[in-house]
Design a protein around this ligand. Structure first.
Ligand SMILES: Nc1ncnc2c1ncn2[C@@H]1O[C@H](COP(=O)(O)OP(=O)(O)OP(=O)(O)O)[C@@H](O)[C@H]1O
Length: 546
């Protein structure tokens, strides 16, 4: 069970002066912008309430998130709220919730309109079904990675990735289609890599269970904080447990900063977890962000490489010492401590919350002062992290074949400049009517699985491949000119029953005639009309946000 801010709502409030926020009035039945009728409340988050609604003219269902009226006069909060819409709409990716409109309520608050998602958030799936088999965990994680890769390419960092913000819906026959939500605390990176902070000075936002060490320390975050959070999500998907738990959020943050996560196979001894899966999770969760996958693309590649002969993922052991808050870790303050403004957003289920005071407690008070007074926010957690050449083998199971072992890295010489660069592989998604393994044409080298994880193909093609699924005929296919993200659909024929009397409810048995069907022509599926559409959103509230 993930621990989130709300799960710890029994804790004393961060600040006794934190105002108690009255519940927002129920606006069911209200007509917004003369076209959206609010039908029912779907849920309440940290900043607003989400309603199911209907566009009265075109009768289309949608979801509308309305900022809690208590916050409507706070320009910073209005700005952050609208940023959620702006960020998601800027990304325009099929795995990111689609935002279609903005508006104001008659009571002077603001709202935005989203596609209505029917399904459940990933925390529900985890509660019910985790540990998930690798193929399913990988399919889900790949979609999260794609959404975030796309966000990062546009300079947007999510900063609050957690299963609750990944909605699982069924789409085009895929029951595990993921939509990433809640860019409410997303950060837009400036050209210089700095961020336009929307938070009050010294405030730290996020959810402790999934929070990167640098975020927990209030350092400036970059896209690698999302890599860390996705590592934690994947850990939870394959083990059914989160890596760090404690009685309160300070305890969790401290562990993120200073403790090694238990290896996934220790966390779930009853589950078979491949060593390379274990390694990639631990790499995504390295404390030092310089040792993590440096991009979602790298993480996707590692996921894709599981079960192939690709080079092993390297996890570098880290040494950390808890700071004594002295000048070697934090610059001493030179002015009286001004505790940062405590956000007036009530801590709720997994919601945005301020933990500056918690950090003060962990680090003895100096840290908060530092963050508020211009200390170096990029001070690393530990200065003594070994360089990669000091790495040793970790987490390699005794029976792991040498190619799969997690090995110490060796120094890689830069390639000779005269060599033309090798063509980069592209990832092609092969959709099949039944989960199928993908092999080379000879059926000897396994390249991956069908489904959203995709298969990496290098070069222009044509690529002759073989799809193989239990109880189905092998299917030889050809991919002519693969392009990144291309989706191709294939149908594998169930094997005919020997007796020739096929029952509808049971899969037919292998006829053993050894015949192979002819290569099928790849036909991309019809475009999903609802996904990936970019809206040229106008922000009518730009002035409000200041
Ligand atoms: N587009 C949508 N379609 C269907 N349900 C949605 C949609 N967006 C949000 N919800 C649901 O509405 C509820 C409130 O969502 P919201 O994003 O405000 O809350 P949260 O994620 O709990 O809060 P916070 O913003 O504090 O993290 C959640 O249960 C969420 O799953």
């Amino acid at each position: 069970m993930p621990t989130s801010a709300s799960a710890m709502s029994a804790d004393p409030p961060l600040d006794p002066l934190l105002p108690v926020i009255p519940p927002a009035p129920d606006l069911t039945g209200t007509l917004l912008l003369d076209r959206y009728c609010l039908l029912r409340k779907l849920g309440v988050g940290g900043m607003g309430t989400v309603y199911e609604a209907e566009h009265v003219t075109i009768k289309k269902r949608c979801a509308i998130k309305i900022l809690n009226p208590e916050f409507a006069h706070r320009s910073e909060l209005v700005e952050r709220f609208l940023q959620e819409a702006r960020a998601a709409s800027m990304i325009g990716h099929e795995n990111v919730v689609e935002i279609t409109d903005f508006g104001a309520t008659p009571t002077g608050s603001v709202f935005f309109v989203m596609e209505m998602l029917v399904g459940e958030d990933l925390s529900e799936t985890i509660k019910r079904s985790a540990p998930l088999p690798w193929s399913r965990a990988a399919t889900i994680t790949m979609q999260i990675c794609r959404a975030l890769q796309s966000a990062h390419e546009k300079g947007i960092i999510h900063r609050d990735m957690k299963p609750e913000n990944c909605f699982r819906i069924e789409r085009s026959g895929n029951p595990d289609f993921i939509k990433v939500l809640d860019f409410g605390i997303a950060k837009l990176t400036g050209e210089d890599g700095s961020s336009g902070r929307l938070t009050s000075t010294g405030m730290i936002f996020g959810t402790p269970t999934y929070m990167s060490p640098e975020q927990a320390q209030g350092m400036r975050v970059d896209h690698r904080a999302d890599v860390y959070a996705v590592g934690v999500i994947l850990y939870e998907l394959v083990t059914g447990k989160v890596p760090f738990t404690a009685d309160n959020f300070m305890g969790i943050l401290t562990k993120h900063m200073f403790e090694d996560p238990p290896s996934p196979s220790e966390a779930a001894p009853e589950t078979v977890i491949l060593p390379e899966v274990e390694a990639l999770i631990l790499k995504a969760m390295q404390k030092d962000r310089g040792l993590r996958f440096q991009s979602m693309r790298e993480l996707m590649d590692a996921i894709q490489d599981v079960g192939t002969d690709a080079a092993p993922v390297i996890v570098v052991p880290e040494r950390r010492s808890r700071p004594n808050t002295g000048p070697t870790q934090f610059r001493p303050r030179t002015a009286p401590i001004n505790l940062p403004t405590v956000e007036t957003v009530a801590p709720r289920r997994g919601g945005v919350f301020g933990v500056a005071l918690a950090i003060a407690a962990i680090l003895g008070g100096a840290a908060v002062a530092l963050y508020g007074l211009g200390g170096d926010p990029d001070q690393p957690v530990a200065k003594d992290t070994p360089t990669p050449t000091q790495a040793v083998v970790v987490a390699a199971p005794p029976e792991a074949p040498p190619t799969k072992a997690i090995e110490a890295p060796t120094k890689v010489e830069p390639p000779a400049e005269v060599d033309p660069p090798a063509p980069a592989p592209v990832r092609v998604v092969l959709t099949t009517n039944t989960p199928a393994e993908v092999f080379d044409a000879a059926g000897t080298q396994r390249l991956g699985m069908s489904g959203d994880v995709g298969v990496a193909l290098t070069g222009a093609g044509p690529h002759k491949l073989l799809l193989r699924a239990a109880q189905h005929e092998d299917l030889a296919i050809e991919v002519k000119d693969p392009t990144e993200g291309q989706r191709l659909e294939f149908t594998l024929k169930p094997k005919a029953k020997k007796s020739g009397v096929a029952k509808v409810t049971k899969p037919p048995k292998d006829p053993g005639d050894g015949k192979k069907p002819p290569a099928e022509t790849a036909t991309p599926p019809a475009e999903n009309p609802g996904s990936g559409t970019k809206f040229g959103l106008k922000d009518p509230f730009k002035k409000i946000g200041g």
